[in-house]
Design a protein around this ligand. Sequence first.
Ligand code: ADP
Length: 469
Amino acid sequence: MPGPQLPMTIRSFRLRLTAWYLLLFSLLFVAFSVFLYGALSNGLRERVDETLRSEAGTAAGMYEDELSETNGDRPASAAEAVAGARFTGTVVAVVAEGRVLAASTRAPLGDLAAVAARAAGAGADAVTAFPQYGKHGARAAARRAGQPGRQVLVLALAPLDSIASELSAVRRALFVALPLMLGLAGLGGFLLATRGLAPLAWMARQSHQIGAGSLHKRLEIGGAAEELQVLAASFNALLARLDQSFETMRRFVADASHELRTPLAVIRGEADVALTRPRGAEEYRESLSVILDESRRLSRLVDDLLNLARADAGHVPLVLREFYFNDLLAECCRSAQPAAAARGIELACLAPADAPFRGDEDLLRRLLMNLLDNAIRYTPQGGHVSAALEPSPERIQVRISDTGTGIAPQDAARVFERFYRADRARSRQDGGFGLGLSIVQWIAEAHRGTVELSSQPGVGSVFTVTLPI
Ligand code: ADP
């Protein structure tokens, strides 16, 4: 599944990780800087406001004290009130009837009377902003003081120059830190990604060394992260499956070649012998009949091999159609009857009721014939073979039983394997290649069914085929 795309396509996963890391880090850093800057400027402003309130209050208190001491001398009391603020950064002024009675600084500070009037208008505890004032604006608080009718305004005003210079220093520091942090984050991200992806590169190098001849090798991943261990484990499991199917294929090819060699050797030997010197017609006929028999065996083997190979490749489409399974079984029993009679075996066919079924009739005929042939082939003279059909609404079940040699438990698990013969010498001489039951099993499974074997050596065997309807 492709990951989220960056605006421009970066092919290297490592660079992509680094880019994402960098992007995330930059966003975090910018968000953090904005938050820090905001909190700092708020804090500084609140501190100024606090100072203004307290200075305005103190100066107003002093003015009133002086006023009572000087019997109402406003200019003298105003001068006293502003004297205390002379050495702080705050400007304190006393304003009466639109005129400045006294101010703590002589520097031209604009129309302090108008500022005082506006600040006083905002309320006793309020601090008012004057953005146009001076270079960076100012904040001011005002109190009323004195007797009613002769009241003055006591103003405390702080230009924001020092706050502005502090904030600009912080801004400069952040601007210098930004590229530095991004550089470090990019480098860190790149190193982290390189380190995190190193096991992948190691796995790729190892897997390059695994070929068809070395499928037994496995990836070693040691102390890598859990996710990569899972990947390596799945890759190793895949290798194990491939190794197993390669092994099965190798064995299949070796067994097939071995089986093909025997009839070919017989044909060649027979022809060689026949051609060594001139012979009579009868002798040629005998040789040709041996050659014909072996050729038949050979074509049967090649047919079986071809079928199994096609089945493995999934190239045998089932030709499905409706038919009566009881008819098919009866027909197979009729075909097998001569072989059974020739060996003195009694063959019974029990297909009581109509059993409609949908499946590949030719393949199922083959399945039944293989099982009947085996039952007849591995049952001694005088024995019994029976084929019984047990239909039900959900499934068809056919049981082929014989009173033959039976199959030893250690062979029972393997008789469905290709080229496996329980009694090699015997079944070879009887004409089998050990492919019949593999074909039976494949046909049953192609119909989503199963074949089961229960057998007792010396007593007989029962093959049960179950096919869902
Ligand atoms: P083959 O062509 O050798 O019969 P199959 O695949 O049909 O190959 O059977 C595999 C082996 O299973 C046979 O070689 C035989 O040893 C054993 N076998 C199969 N069917 C029977 C049976 N009905 N009774 C006893 N042994 C059997």
